[in-house]
Design a protein around this ligand. Structure first.
Ligand code: C2E
Ligand code: MG
Ligand code: MG
Ligand code: MG
Length: 282
């Protein structure tokens, strides 16, 4: 009886696993096919300099135009891709696509505007990442001063020496480095101080709270104060309201990004947005 039940549980268990494995494999297959069929697209979200209210950067954010599922968010496939070799395929595609776009925009993109690319931890750990970026930029004739890489703390924690070496090499060539989602990880002050980074992006989960008195506001103030003293650029992500904006300006935040200025947009809308900056009207 117990034995039979045990067998039954085992059956249910393996079926659940089979289903998970099956879903994973079919999603992996779909990503692979999607890349082949050109279903991926980069959207761009402006970063605004808070003293001049000029756009000084564009973050490239991947989108998947799935034939049946519609526009799929990266939150649904990047984490899975990160567990397989697919993150290298996707990462290479993003890099090539962003550089191709930069080449097309050419001098139409105002001087000083950088395109920011999100780099996965495993991508950054690849020994060939530095030469790959340099070679690809060369291939498209894009100056490396046009690029910013957004990396997360996780990228740096696993093999800090190697990641730091790659980032330092890229910085010497003119690429800037931003630490993404700051505040959500475990970084210590000393860690932040020794990293080869130019900017810190304060995570949206904090920014969404700064219009209210409370602990989050205190944390953001402390983070900003510390970054200012370390000579790092501060970028606030996910700003949605005028209250948030005035807090950030009052606390000397350098740059901000969020729906308040613009949602991420397809590449073909970017130049028009830069010419008619509605975001100035706020
Ligand atoms: P992230 O790099 O922290 O990007 C910011 C996310 O916040 C984006 O979501 C953006 O659309 C969203 N966002 C920006 N402003 C606001 C706002 O005011 N309100 C709200 N509610 N959301 C805002 P998205 O595009 O869905 O990307 C999610 C995450 O997926 C990214 O977080 C990044 O970690 C990852 N990701 C996106 N594109 C790529 C890529 O090309 N490569 C890699 N490795 N990861 C990517
Ligand atoms: Mg990012
Ligand atoms: Mg972020
Ligand atoms: Mg984030």
């Amino acid at each position: 009886e117990a034995k039979a039940q045990g067998k039954n549980n085992y059956h249910i268990f393996t079926e659940a696993i089979n289903q998970q494995v099956h879903e994973r494999l079919s999603l992996e297959h779909a990503i692979h096919e999607g890349l082949r069929k050109g279903e991926f697209e980069l959207y761009y979200q402006p970063k605004v300099h808070l003293q001049t209210m000029q756009v000084i950067g564009l973050e490239a954010l991947i989108r998947w135009n799935h034939p049946e599922r519609g526009l799929v968010s990266p939150a649904e496939f990047i984490p899975l891709a990160e567990e397989s070799h697919l993150i290298f395929d996707l990462g290479n595609w993003v890099l090539g696509e962003a550089l191709n776009q930069l080449q097309q925009w050419g001098a139409h993109l105002p001087e000083g505007v950088r395109v920011a690319i999100n780099i996965s931890p495993r991508q950054l750990a690849q020994p060939s990442i530095v030469s790959q970026i340099i070679d690809m930029a060369g291939h498209f004739g894009v100056p490396l001063q046009r690029l910013d890489l957004e990396v997360t703390e996780t990228s740096l924690l696993e093999d800090e020496a190697q990641a730091s070496q790659h980032l330092s090499a890229l910085r010497r060539h003119g690429v800037t480095i931003s630490l993404d989602d700051f505040g959500t990880g475990y970084s210590s002050l000393t860690f932040l101080r020794r990293l080869p980074i130019d900017a810190v992006k304060i995570d949206r989960s904090f920014v969404s709270q700064i219009a209210f008195e409370g602990e989050d506001r205190t944390i953001v103030q402390a983070i900003m104060d510390m970054c200012l003293k370390l000579g790092l650029k501060i970028v606030a992500e996910g700003i949605e309201s005028a209250d948030q904006l005035s807090f950030l300006v009052a606390n000397d935040c350098h740059e901000a990004q969020g729906y308040m200025f613009s949602k991420p947009m397809p590449a073909d809308q970017v130049l028009a947005f830069l010419r008619q900056p509605e975001y100035l009207a706020i």
